[in-house]
Design a protein around this ligand. Structure first.
Ligand SMILES: [Zn+2]
Length: 205
């Protein structure tokens, strides 16, 4: 594991994609890696991926080894490059178009599912209320699902995760495999969101 020397703490803090536990993980990992060359004990402790995760987890949480290791695994797992449905808008509300009134029905949904574009796999959560969940709607849902299967279940490029790879160089496939053996990370990473504007002090007259 190597920290990218050109991309420091300031960049991490101004990266809108690097937040929460993953940001804390990145800051602590950077801190550990910066000290490794001067600290023989640390160098031995972080020789393996598990050792490194444990060290970073302990730095970040101050918890016992079991909890610290679990925390670090979860922080890396949350950054797995993946494609998630873009919208959660339809998750709880009916998305049926109201023909006369215009707009969406928006009554509480009785059932929700992930609707995918058959050709690209781009997806959104959609839901329908009891009244609008007709047999036509169900038939269309099943037909789109069938077409997506027929197209070979395409998945769009990742729209989440992979942010840590901007700052650290390592065998990411091995690390992701270690923290999350059941999910296959997608190739590539989410496109970077432009950095937050730097804060400036404006002096009044
Ligand atoms: Zn409805």
């Amino acid at each position: 594991m190597i920290a990218d020397s050109d991309r420091g703490i300031a960049q991490m803090l101004s990266d809108p994609d690097l937040v929460g536990d993953t940001l804390l993980f990145a800051l602590c990992l950077r801190h550990v890696l910066d000290r490794v060359s001067d600290d023989d004990g640390l160098r031995v402790r972080v020789k393996t991926l598990d050792g490194l995760l444990l060290e970073v987890g302990e730095q970040a949480t101050g918890d016992n080894p079991g909890k610290a290791f679990y925390w670090a695994r979860r922080a890396v797992e949350r950054d797995l490059p993946r494609y998630d449905p873009e919208s959660t808008q339809g998750l709880m509300r009916c998305c049926a178009e109201m023909v006369r009134k215009g707009g969406q029905c928006s009554k509480p949904a009785v059932t929700v599912w992930i609707d995918r574009e058959p050709a690209t796999g781009e997806s959104v959560w959609i839901g329908y209320c009891r009244r609008h969940l007709t047999s036509e709607v169900e038939a269309l849902r099943d037909e789109r699902q069938r077409l997506w299967n027929e197209h070979g279940k395409p998945v769009p490029p990742p729209n989440r995760g992979g942010v840590l790879t901007r700052y650290f160089t390592c065998d990411w496939d091995a690390l992701w495999q270690r923290v999350c053996p059941v999910r296959e990370p997608l190739d590539g990473a989410k496109e970077a969101t432009p950095p937050k504007p730097a804060l400036r002090v404006v002096r009044g007259e």
